[in-house]
Design a protein around this ligand. Structure first.
Ligand code: CA
Length: 244
C-alpha cells in the first residue's frame, strides 16, 4: 500500500517518543519550526497506539521508555506500519544500534545529539525517493519488475518474493536491495548506496548499509559465506550476485 501523502501545508508527520519531557519538547519544537506536523509522547505503549491511529511518516523513538521500550515498540509497529523509524540511543555502544536496526529501525542517532541532527535525519528520510520505481514514469513503473533467479522485485508495488513467497522487507531494506537489483553485477560502494538511498549529503554512519543488507540477507535466507543475492565486494561495498 502506498504511504499516505503528508497533510497539506506540512512537510510530513513526525511522532516523537521520548520520556524526557524537556528533550521531547525540544526535538518537537525544532521539527515544528521546519514545517513538520509533530506529536510527542513519553510512553511506549501509547506510542504503538498512536502509530496505529495517526500513521506518522516518521517515528523518532527513544530506546529507553516506560511502558514498552524502543525495541518492543519498533517490533510491534513493524507488524502493521512501514513508517520510517529513527532510534535515539543513549550510549554509543554498538549493541544498542544493532538491536534497534535488527527490529526494523531505519537509522539511529546517539545521545547526546543536537536537535538539528535529528531534524536533518528526518528531512533526509522524507527526501528519499519512494524506491527506484518512484523515479520512473508511472507507465514504466507499472511494469518495473526485476527477476534475478528465484528473487522477484516489483519496484512499483514494492513487493519482493522469493520462490513466489513474499519477503517482508522494511522500506530501507527494500530501497537498498532495489539499488543492487537495478544493475545486476555492478559493484556499488557504500557511499554510492548511501547516495542512492539516503540521498547525497546525508551525514551518518555508512555502515548502516552493512546492517540493512545483513537483514536483507537473513530474510532471503542468504548465507554470508556463499551468498546467492547480496555479495560483499571486499574493501568496497556490495553487488547483486551470483547471477551468471
Ligand atoms: Ca528515555
Amino acid at each position: 500500500m502506498a504511504p499516505a501523502p503528508p497533510p497539506p501545508g506540512t512537510k510530513g508527520t513526525v511522532l516523537v517518543v521520548e520520556d524526557e519531557a524537556a528533550l521531547a519538547r525540544l526535538i518537537g519544537s525544532y521539527l515544528t519550526r521546519e514545517g513538520f506536523d509533530v506529536q510527542t509522547l513519553g510512553d511506549g505503549l501509547e506510542a504503538i497506539d498512536r502509530v496505529r491511529t495517526w500513521h506518522p511518516d516518521v517515528l523518532v523513538l527513544d530506546l529507553g521508555l516506560p511502558g514498552a521500550d524502543g525495541v518492543e515498540v519498533c517490533r510491534a509497529i513493524r507488524t502493521f506500519s512501514d513508517c520510517y523509524v529513527i532510534m535515539l540511543t543513549a550510549r554509543a555502544e554498538e549493541v544498542d544500534r544493532l538491536i534497534g536496526l535488527s527490529v526494523g529501525a531505519d537509522d539511529y542517532v546517539t545521545k547526546p545529539f543536537s536537535p538539528r541532527e535529528v531534524v536533518a535525519r528526518v528531512q533526509a528520510m522524507l527526501r528519499r525517493p519512494r524506491g527506484i520505481g518512484a523515479r520512473a514514469s508511472t507507465a514504466e513503473a507499472e511494469h518495473d519488475v526485476r527477476e534475478v533467479g528465484r528473487l522477484r522485485m516489483d519496484l512499483a508495488a514494492r513487493e519482493v518474493t522469493l520462490d513466489g513467497e513474499p519477503v517482508g522487507l522494511t522500506r530501507t531494506e527494500f530501497d537498498v536491495l532495489a539499488v543492487l537489483v537495478s544493475q545486476p553485477r555492478r559493484a556499488f560502494s557504500r557511499d554510492q548506496l548511501i547516495g542512492e538511498v539516503w540521498g547525497e549529503g546525508w551525514v551518518g554512519d555508512p555502515h548502516l548499509v552493512d546492517v540493512h543488507l545483513g537483514h536483507v540477507r537473513r530474510k532471503l535466507g542468504d548465507d554470508a559465506s556463499a551468498p546467492q543475492f547480496v555479495q560483499t565486494v571486499r574493501g568496497y561495498g556490495y553487488r547483486l550476485g551470483p547471477c551468471a
